[in-house]
Design a protein around this ligand. Structure first.
Ligand code: SP5
Ligand code: ZN
Length: 340
């Protein structure tokens, strides 16, 4: 299996993030995650780690607003030139509600406009890392369009919380959505998001489209991040009505209940009959994930892979979250191994 991976993710290493209550903790979405996954993949006889090709900015700007991408490109230089006292990471403390349509010209005003929380910290290398991450997803998409049955995009930073014009939840560019949109020029696409958190950015990007079916299985947003999207009654709008599905799960959900939610998603995908499948694969569904509250075992993660692979669709798997670094390699190999 081709595994698209770039060392450029190492340029993005924010020292901390803020939890609720203002608690400053070491950044959960760290480069050690990739090292753990790489070392597990290198022990298999099937993972072929490959540099991504550069598709440039056009396929990224096809899903994200140009002014948001411009902000990501220039904000670090502006931050260093600003009169802020602590410039360790660009993190605004005031956020725009979307019912406030004013877009300020100053840096912190724009940062609060384009960011949804205190966990998408920007440092000097963030934009380069996010671009390379998106190129991994595009490279996997191209491999599958050229006839590979499956390809894995080992993306960091992750992408599924990033919407058309905002960053959030460790995400800046929505890698899976960039790839799905690129594939949609060649045929219908289903995008299945199994990360523990709702893929709100993906939902935002495809909400009015009928050619990309989006389904997210995740912790109920009534109690879990990202709180403001991911409810069962959100099913798409306009031409996209009926082409989005959220399956919220309760705290403590174990393998059997998860697998029945997955079967529901898989039967919707079969009915849609897509040409391609994109999987947003977050391993934070794992039982001992520090950010998760559901309890999927490593064997359960393998079973999820097995059932998705039984769709027999040309499939790209895109790395999203997963923060139990000790178990990340084993969980990813358990999942991907079912596609070999
Ligand atoms: C890609 C991805 O998985 N992003 C997740 C972002 C979650 N950010 C919110 C973190 C909230 C932390 N709550 C603390 C719970 C500790 N038990
Ligand atoms: Zn997640």
């Amino acid at each position: 299996m081709k595994v698209y991976y770039s060392e450029a993710h190492r340029k993005h290493e924010p020292p901390f993030e803020l939890f609720d209550g203002g608690l400053r903790v070491p950044y959960m979405e760290n480069s050690d995650r990739m090292d753990r996954i790489l070392s597990a993949l290198k022990k298999t006889d099937w993972a072929e780690i490959t540099e991504p090709k550069n598709f440039g900015l056009d396929p990224i700007c096809a899903v994200h607003d140009k002014d948001y991408i411009d902000f990501l490109a220039s904000c670090w230089t502006e931050w260093l030139a600003s009169d802020a006292r602590d410039k360790t990471t660009l993190l605004p403390a005031t956020f725009a509600l979307r019912r406030q349509s004013q877009k300020p010209t100053g840096l912190l005003g724009r940062a609060g406009y384009y960011m949804m929380d205190l966990s998408a910290c920007i440092v000097g290398g963030t934009f380069d890392s996010a671009l390379a991450s998106a190129q991994c997803a595009l490279s996997a998409a191209e491999a599958v369009a050229n006839g590979a049955g499956v390809a894995f995009a080992l993306c960091r930073p992750p992408g599924h919380h990033a919407g058309k014009d905002y960053a959030g939840g460790y995400c800046f560019i929505n890698n899976a959505s960039v790839a799905a949109n690129w594939l949609s020029a060649k045929g219908k696409v289903a995008l299945l998001d199994i990360d523990y958190h709702c893929g709100n950015g993906t939902q935002d990007i495809f909400y009015d489209r009928a050619d990309v079916l989006t389904i997210s299985i995740h912790a109920d947003p009534n109690f879990e991040y990202p709180y403001y999207a991911g409810y069962a009654d959100e099913t798409g709008t306009g031409a996209g009505s009926g082409f989005h599905k959220n399956i919220p799960l309760e705290k403590g959900t174990e393998d059997p209940r998860y697998l029945s939610a997955l079967d529901e998603a898989l039967s919707l995908i079969r009915g849609f009959a897509p040409a391609y499948l994109v999987v947003s694969a977050g391993m934070d569904i794992y039982a001992d994930d520090p950010l998760g509250t559901i309890r999927i075992t490593t064997e359960g993660i393998g079973e999820i892979g097995k059932r998705i692979s039984a769709l027999e669709l040309p499939t790209i798997i895109v790395m999203e979250g997963g923060y139990n670094n000790d178990m990340l390699g084993r969980n990813i190999v358990s999942f991907l191994g079912e596609f070999e």
